[in-house]
Design a protein around this ligand. Sequence first.
Ligand code: GLU
Length: 291
Amino acid sequence: MVTPTFRFAPSPNGDLHLGHAYSALFTNRSARKAGGRTLLRIEDIDFIRCRSEYVRNAIEDLSWLGVVWEGEPRLQSRHMPDYRAALDQLAAMGLLYPCFASRQEIREAIAGRPDWPNDPDGQPLYPGLHKHLSRAEREAFRASGIPHALRLDMERALSQVNGPITFTEAGMGPDAETGPLEADPAAWGDVILGRKDIGVSYHIAVVVDDALQEVTHVTRGQDLFYATAIHRLLQILLNLPEPRYHHHGLISDETGRKLSKSAGDRSLRSLRAAGVSAQEIRSALGFDEET
Ligand code: GLU
């Protein structure tokens, strides 16, 4: 039998806070209930915002909190070739195109169009500026040294998928959806899979790693619910297995306020420095049974 495999996957672009603590404890509890294991993955591909100091702190804070995981944490920054290989695969399928447009140019292209649609994160959909550049135009852009992002040609990608794209949601989406759900990747338009600055992206790294680490259950905050549509599409295109999803609610500000009366901010370190115990945090977050 396959071991139910869960993962907690923080991005070390700051110290862990109560929201991370909730997600990590939730993942641990779900794994335990399923008779499975938890892996720790550090999502540090963004070398501009992530710092090794935060990685060290995260590992220390999680241990202090009583979170358990199996094996060594996987640091994504050490596996960039894996993510580039997945992008190469999509490129070879003719599903990626370079976009040299700046944010400013994109903003200008939709200026004066108040009803221009937004993606589920509230960002305007890409207006297709560089989608149909000629080969000569692309070469000229490349030669000029202007950096580019790699975008997924959503229409073409969807044309390669037979039937509806679905996922199994054990938790609750923002509109209280549970059960097998239909995903709507088109709502994201031509999403960026290779960022201008770092060459890869969260979406590509997350699906590659969930497959490589044989993750069977993805537990994460509701803020990533709609991104699951992109992940399911990429899993289908790259022929990767489909995990089950459980998006949990985000912890209320009130919980943080109660705990952080004496701390300057709500990072686990500052709470700890202010004398809050790991047990108090677990208990405030509803994980009393873990003691
Ligand atoms: N690294 C992401 C974050 O910290 C979580 C990714 C995921 O769980 O899929 O928000």
